[in-house]
Ligand binder design. Structure first.
Ligand code: BTN
Length: 264
């Protein structure tokens, strides 16, 4: 079990171990930690013990932050690292929509409140001038009939300087030349996200995602746990599946993977 650690270091996030946020439809609880191995691990434990829909786990630093496909997510102080626990009453076949809803919501907030024009790389990266400002990772538990929980982990480069370890990354602070309140950013995001998922069974966020995507029409390499696929990304269908056209003209559907853009 992770222990709550308190430090005397200043933080613009509430330094108590939890706080409440009033969203449009719901009051939610945010658990804040100075250090965690990964908010994904703590969120899994929390979800399995039982918690409300839209419970949030946030950490100032992660010692074992993870990215997709078991990559490390470097989580130095100043970034915003959190996991939203969702317990939706929705068909498991629609679970993919929450990841796209998260990307679309953050994209909206970056533009509206920070004047940052971002693009969306399949499946869930947010880029500014092709540099990564945010990565997302989701983990789901359930069966073909019922979702027990979906945990969406989000790492945003806010006031940290990610470029030493990740030259192809960028932070909000580097872009707007100002230190940003992570608590405000988290609150804005959660408020927007709750609105986006309000009627998610009827409103598919993939349509909005496609308006800002930077992957369709690019030559890509897709790395999955089993395969490396190359070709031209010709579409993303309404289920969020990437349609890849190979050199021989054949079309393949790709449902997950890490995507790298190429010139040709
Ligand atoms: C990726 O781009 O590969 C996904 C990165 C996801 C990082 C976030 S930070 C908060 C949450 N906790 C983790 O360990 N990972 C996610």
């Amino acid at each position: 079990m992770n222990k709550i650690k308190r430090t005397n270091q200043p933080s613009d996030l509430n330094t108590s171990s939890s706080f409440q946020l009033n969203l449009k439809n719901k009051k939610i609880t945010v658990y804040h930690f100075n250090n965690l191995s990964s908010t994904m691990d703590f969120a899994k434990e929390t979800a399995e013990k039982g918690c409300a829909n839209l419970t949030v786990i946030v950490a100032d630093r992660q010692t074992k932050g993870r990215g997709r496909l078991k990559r490390t997510w470097y989580s130095s102080e100043g970034g915003l690292y959190f996991t939203v626990i969702l317990k939706p009453d929705i068909a498991p076949s629609l679970a993919y929509r929450f990841n796209f809803a998260a990307s679309v919501s953050l994209n909206k907030i970056l533009k509206k409140h920070y004047n940052i024009s971002a693009t969306l790389k399949w499946p869930n990266d947010i880029l500014v001038n092709q540099k990564k400002i945010c990565g997302m990772l989701s983990e789901m538990e359930g069966d073909s009939c019922k979702i027990n929980y979906i945990n969406i982990g989000i790492g945003i480069n806010v006031n940290n300087n990610p470029t030493k370890l990740e030259p192809t990354a960028v932070s909000i602070k580097a872009l707007i030349k100002k230190t940003v309140s992570r608590k405000k950013l988290l609150t804005l995001f959660l408020y927007e996200f709750e609105k986006t998922i309000e009627n998610i069974d009827k409103n598919n966020p993939v349509l909005e995602w496609k308006k800002y995507n930077t992957t369709i029409n690019k030559y890509v390499k897709i790395v999955t746990t089993k395969d490396v696929l190359t070709g031209k990304a010709v579409d993303v269908d309404e289920t969020g599946t990437l349609i890849l056209k190979g050199k021989d003209g054949s079309l393949k559907k790709v449902i997950y993977g890490d995507c790298f853009h190429h010139a040709n």
